[in-house]
Design a protein around this ligand. Sequence first.
Ligand code: SF4
Ligand code: SF4
Length: 677
Amino acid sequence: MQEVGREIFDAFPDWVRISFYSFAAIAILVFVIGAWLRANKYLKARKAHRSDHLLRRVGQAIAKVTLARSRIWKNDRFAGVAHDFILWGFLVLLLGTIILTVDEDLYKPFLGTSFLTGTIYLVYSFLLDLFGVLFLVGLVMMLYRRLRKTAPRLKYSEQDRAQGISIGRLIVDDRLFLFLLLLAGLAGFAAEGIRIFRDGTSFPQEWSPVGVALAWIVGATGIGAEGALTVHMGLWWLHAAGALLLIAYIPFSKAFHALAGFGSLVFSDDLAGRRLEPPASTESSGFRRVSDFTWVQLMHLDACVRCGRCHDVCPAQTSGMPLSPRGLILQLRSFVAGSKGNGGTTVVGNAIEPETIWSCAACLACMEACPLQIEHIPLIVEMRRSLVASGEMDKGLQEALTSLGRYGNSFRKPARDRAKWTKRLSPKVKDATREPVEYLWFVGDYASLDPRCQEMTIRTAEVFSKISLDFGILGEGESNAGNDVRRVGEEGLFEVLRDGNTKLIKTCKFRDIVTTDPHTYNTLKNEYPSLNEGRVLHYTELLDDLLRSGRLKFSKKLSYRATYHDPCYLGRYNGVFDAPRDLLKAMGVSLLEMPRNRANSFCCGAGGGRTWMEEGKGHGERPAEIRVREAARLDGVDTLVVACPKDYVMFTDAAKAAGLEGSLRIRDLIDLVEEAL
Ligand code: SF4
Ligand code: SF4
């Protein structure tokens, strides 16, 4: 085999080499300046305490975008395939360019020979051809999606409008970035074809199939040697121009997500949203100015690729409220870009309206959907903290917080009312503050005090008694666990509630804590750091455990055709998906899934303190109504099973409002357990 190799500037005149390196130096300089401006912003920002276990974090981030199939694949295979083609294609082409540069500018000048020859060059050539094709296919797929807007979420809405940024500009950036990549890729292949044509027929065809095919086409045009050189140079310049423009453009465009997005994955917190960070200091009153953001949060803002996945799944956006998680990120990004340090305008009230911040149900759907693990909820809570600190909240929320501060519950009921529901029970429910129990039942506000939920609470106690569970409650001493208090931004009150509950729980003797309320469950499990005894269980987990151990046995098969709604704070927040389903199946229930189930479940709209707030004007259909209609559309389903007191209340009201009262029964899972026992 004849020794094959590659000359980059082969027959080109010297000025080509000189001007290429000059333009490359300018492009790299622009890139470095742009990247420095961004990095400098991070360096000046508040600390984030996310640099621990750096190597592990980097490894996990690499796995998230490569081996473990990124979240881009989730619910959108087309985007997953396109993105992976572009990513892998780009990385291999970049590596190929680096190898070529090292060979041309370091190896050859010093050793007088090239290492890119013979078999090494043939393998190199083949891999670049293969990944180059994947790269182009991925780009065409992505452009098709963007141009044809095949997914509705790619369309920007009014909620995405940010100060100083027009939607038109966003669209241009979305496309320009892809076009530059496509230009560089197509021109690169064309230049390769004509180069091979000019090299003659000695090139082994199987090692560069695309280049050889293109060379054949060039040959068929009958072009002469001189013309071929001119065209080769033109195409080569086109390829170089696309690549150099892209390099310079990266820090100022969406393409920067390749760096900021990777950083976002490296420094993300898998418990973000589930376990909120306390304010930076005791004097801190949430986010007001750009200096309040941590460097990781600034990086998150830069990472957003405007894919709209968060927008698509947001219940607030779906029901026409003035919040889109994508819009929020764009508005914050625009605010940060236009801000000058500590001075200037405050974020809420200028860049973002308070109503936007209050519209969030803290359902975590946006964060679950985001392929770059951008953390929306902590940002929203920080802005809520600033609103709470200045007393800017609606009357309903104000009254609920006052009641929570005074009585430890949002129902304006004295503490002695909390255990009133136990009066109807025999044998008496144990007081865990006075005697040891196996299971400490943290009942929660809704289950204790809402008349519609009390029936369910009584049924739970009856089920526990029937299966001879040794359980007790905290009685009058229990206060709201504080999950939603924390998520509306009232950190001080949350700490009071948490510390009071922790102190009382620590006086009790028990093995595990059980609760029927997923909101309570989340905060006890993730946000009570000094509560390190025993497990925290949702009652469905406990019953599922007992079912597996044979302690819980059903004597009756239920013939319902039902669907199950995953509560956000149980499913998406804490990954409890199977226990409720296993129980339903064990009872003989024929279970049908709604289109949005498990981690994709659609929120009822009550979380994040929304249940205490007044409803704004001009909203479309409420999230709970959208959800009951989704359940009712399932073939033959007559029962919507819930496992959260708030869901029970929300869906019961929603079924009435949607006129589904006669056809869809809302039942708590405990209700069915009692029936099957
Ligand atoms: S947490 Fe839920 S309601 Fe809030 S912005 Fe995200 S998706 Fe929307
Ligand atoms: S925040 Fe995440 S999910 Fe939302 S548009 Fe940006 S990248 Fe996409």
